[in-house]
Ligand binder design. Structure first.
Ligand code: PGA
Length: 253
């Protein structure tokens, strides 16, 4: 049985004080859904303060990215060890990082390895753009991102990996993928490369989230699908009522 996971990606929103206020609002609202693993991912600057609010609570804290080097002259970057001081999770390979900040499949792979080595749970994002989708390249793109991103990992390490399928055209657009369509991509294009690399048991035990315009109103459609194990939530994760509804939908899966 794969435990559902709902992660909020707060992206570049909220000052530290605002993030603390949001964490205080979310804590009583979502802490009791024991069947669901819950995570929030604030900006690096807000992480220590939010982690302090959520310490000893069942809500995990994640970073939105991490660098692969351990230390040194890498201006502006944050190392796995620095993330690990406050976080249990890290998002790697989000499409916004791939599109705007130059994250390649090779960098994603290095980041995944460095994060796993320090003991973080990785949420690795994959997904095709609108142009790729419309030209029938979804399988090719997702297959490449899976193979390159997870290259060189062991079956054992996959216990600490979660995949998020986020079609780029569905992110922040209000135009979510259909639940059936997202499930088909996960079943046909995301689990098979894991099976080829790590075996059937691993491909069936790794959790795969859907992300892209998930709301409190549509979440249960996604969670009703057999291969969707939760959600990576952007915009709606900033709204306590919406995020709570998503966690609730995951708990009645
Ligand atoms: P969205 O973002 O929920 O605002 O579409 C999802 C994501 O980018 O993780």
């Amino acid at each position: 049985m794969r435990k559902p996971l709902v992660a909020g990606n707060w992206k570049m929103n909220k000052t530290s004080a605002q993030a603390v206020a949001l964490a205080h609002e979310l804590l009583p609202a979502i802490k009791n859904f024991d069947q669901v693993e819950k995570v929030v991912c604030p900006t690096f600057l807000s992480i220590p303060a939010v982690a302090n609010v959520l310490k000893d609570s069942p809500i995990g804290v994640g970073a939105q990215d991490v660098y692969f080097e351990a230390s040194g002259a890498h201006t502006g970057e944050v190392s796995p060890e620095m993330v690990k001081e406050f976080c249990q999770y890290v998002i790697i390979g989000h499409s916004e990082r791939r599109a705007r900040f130059g994250d390649t499949d090779e960098m994603v792979n290095k980041k995944v390895k460095a994060a796993l080595a320090i003991g973080l749970t990785v949420i690795m994002c994959v997904g095709e753009t609108l142009a790729e989708n419309e030209s029938g390249k979804t399988k090719e793109v997702v297959d490449r991102q899976m193979n390159e991103g997870l290259r060189g990992l062991s079956a054992e390490q996959m216990k600490n990996v979660v995949i998020a399928y986020e079609p780029v055209w569905a992110i922040g657009t209000g135009r979510a993928a259909s639940a059936e369509g997202a499930n088909a991509v996960i079943k046909d294009f995301i689990r098979p490369p894991m099976k080829a690399m790590f075996g059937d048991a691993v491909s069936q035990s790794v959790r795969v989230l859907y992300g892209g315009s998930v709301t409190g109103a549509n979440a249960s459609e996604f969670f009703a699908q057999p291969d969707i194990d939760g959600a990576l939530v952007g915009g709606a994760s900033l709204k306590p009522l919406d995020f709570t509804a998503i966690v609730q939908a995951a708990s009645s899966r």
